[in-house]
Design a protein around this ligand. Structure first.
Ligand code: PRP
Ligand code: ADE
Length: 182
């Protein structure tokens, strides 16, 4: 386990109080991108969690995942595919796209996540990468999208697994930190 990196991740993470109207603190991981050592080591550390599973592609949801996923894909020597969230303003993603809706996520939202069809091939071994797993709602929707494209979700590499061990096992989540450590 990369203990030095784990220490740096905790050090450069912030809980932020958005103000009196907010019901809970929000996470701020922006400090991770500002720290060159974290930026250099995070992709390889997450990639190592799944190297033996031989992923052929990395998929991550917007927004934070779009920064993290390419670091992991580069470390694995595979390609990267962004997953988009359907927008309330109706703006479309260009090209045929497979969508799946989430159950209620950690903020009580129901989201619809989509991936362009041409970027997932039958037989692809898909590694989902994200910063945080809470209810697993977004992961479940992404796994549905992957399966609908006849590809296989091998699991999820996350920085923080803030969920029960049973859920992490069911969704094949491997993480660098638990919710209690942050
Ligand atoms: O386990 P869940 O309940 O599905 O929640 C976890 C997801 O929620 C957060 O993203 P968010 O949608 O807040 O987007 P962000 O990356 O823009 O912060 C986080 O980055 C995960 O993608
Ligand atoms: N970014 C985040 N993702 C999931 N759960 C959270 N709880 C607080 N911040 C979070």
């Amino acid at each position: 386990m990369p203990d030095e990196l784990r220490k740096l991740l905790v050090e450069h993470f912030r809980w932020v109080d958005p103000g009196p109207a907010a019901s809970h603190l929000v996470s701020d991981v922006s400090g991770w991108w500002r720290e060159p050592e974290i930026l250099a080591r995070l992709g390889p550390a997450l990639a190592d969690l799944f190297r033996p599973d031989r992923p052929t592609v990395v998929v991550s949801p917007e927004a934070t995942g779009l920064m993290l996923g390419p670091l992991v894909a580069t470390a694995l020597g595979v390609g990267f595919v962004p997953a988009y969230k359907k927008r309330p303003d109706g703006r479309l993603i260009a090209g045929p796209t497979t969508w799946a809706s989430t159950t209620s996520d950690y903020r009580g939202r129901t989201l619809t996540l989509g991936v362009r069809d041409r970027h997932l091939r039958p037989g692809d071994r898909v590694l989902v990468v994200d910063d945080w797993v809470a209810t697993g709602a977004q992961l479940r929707a992404l796994y549905q999208v992957v399966a609908a494209r006849s590809a296989e979700p091998v699991g999820t590499a996350a920085v923080i697994a803030d969920c029960p061990a049973g859920l992490a096992a069911e969704l094949r989540v491997r993480a660098l930190l638990t919710g209690r450590e942050i």
